[in-house]
Design a binder for this molecule. Structure first.
Ligand code: AKG
Ligand code: FE2
Length: 270
């Protein structure tokens, strides 16, 4: 570790990850995590990141909050364009609100511990083991790989399915109340082209029970976001909910869909 500008430089992920609690190098540990993820649809690894790393990331991120882009539009749960042929009432076209803010990958400092962890081979190998995949790759665009989300009071992330098969997140700062992660695992099998219109409608109409996932700052969270429908409820109180998303793909060269970029990112006017 070296210090500069009052910040510690995390030169490898050993300084940012609590290895004693989470021996990610061992196959047994990855197998156990994989089993837990399969059993519940979501995995929470408590105190995965060191307090020191979290403190630094929160300080750096708070500086960025003013530069965040706040989504103002509505979107469907599939994060795609609407299909007028189906009609406005069709489940495919039903709109939900997302109003949270976001800092894109290309706005995150080069020296951030988030990059050290994201790029670390052992971390990536561990994720492959837990997810049962043989390859893991960053997004090919310049905005999607590491994102920091900001949800000040009243801001939320509406019901949706992710573009990528799995999501890896870490809460940086918990709100006083609200900002609850709600989900329903395995609503559909996206790989098989399943749209699950009936279940999606039932969830939107609050006719199907949903689960909540509890996690604290520094916990690593993994879930299968392309098949699990999920949302984050509006933040209550003065403290902004802050969360980092580490986004990966199983294949190289993937860019986030245009529709998702248009909804969540500051995109140049066409
Ligand atoms: O904020 C969260 O906990 C989840 C974020 C999420 O679902 C997403 O970025 O797609
Ligand atoms: Fe998501």
């Amino acid at each position: 570790m070296v210090s500069s500008n009052n910040y510690t430089s995390f030169t490898n992920c050993c300084d940012a990850i609590e290895f004693l609690l989470h021996p990610i190098d061992t196959k047994d540990y990855a197998d156990q995590c994989r089993h837990d993820l399969e059993a519940t649809g979501a995995l929470v690894l408590k105190r995965f990141f060191s307090t020191k790393a979290i403190r630094q990331i929160v300080e750096q991120s708070a500086d960025c909050e003013a530069a965040a882009y706040y989504a103002r539009s509505t979107h469907n749960v599939y994060l795609t364009e609407q299909d007028p042929a189906l009609g406005a009432d069709h489940t495919f076209n039903r709109q939900v609100v997302s109003s949270k803010g976001l800092i894109a990958d290309n706005q995150i400092p080069e020296m951030s511990p988030l990059r050290t962890v994201y790029n670390d081979e052992r971390f990536r190998t561990f994720l492959c083991g837990v997810l049962g995949i043989s390859e893991i790759h960053p997004y090919a665009d310049e905005v999607s790989s590491i994102n920091i989300h900001f949800a000040p009071e009243g801001r939320e992330l509406g019901w949706h399915f992710d573009n990528s098969a799995f999501a890896v997140t870490m809460l940086l700062q918990a709100p006083e109340a609200g900002g609850v992660f709600e989900y329903v695992p395995a609503v559909r099998d996206a790989e098989a082209g399943d749209m699950a219109y009936d279940r999606v409608a039932a969830i939107l109409d609050q006719k199907e029970p949903v689960r909540t996932l509890e996690f604290d700052p520094g916990d690593l969270v993994l879930f299968r976001g392309r098949d699990a429908m999920h949302r984050v409820t509006p933040t209550l109180g003065d403290v902004t909910r802050m969360l980092v998303v580490f986004a990966f793909n199983e294949r190289a060269g993937i860019c986030l869909s245009e529709a998702a970029r248009a909804t969540f990112y500051r995109t140049p006017k066409a």
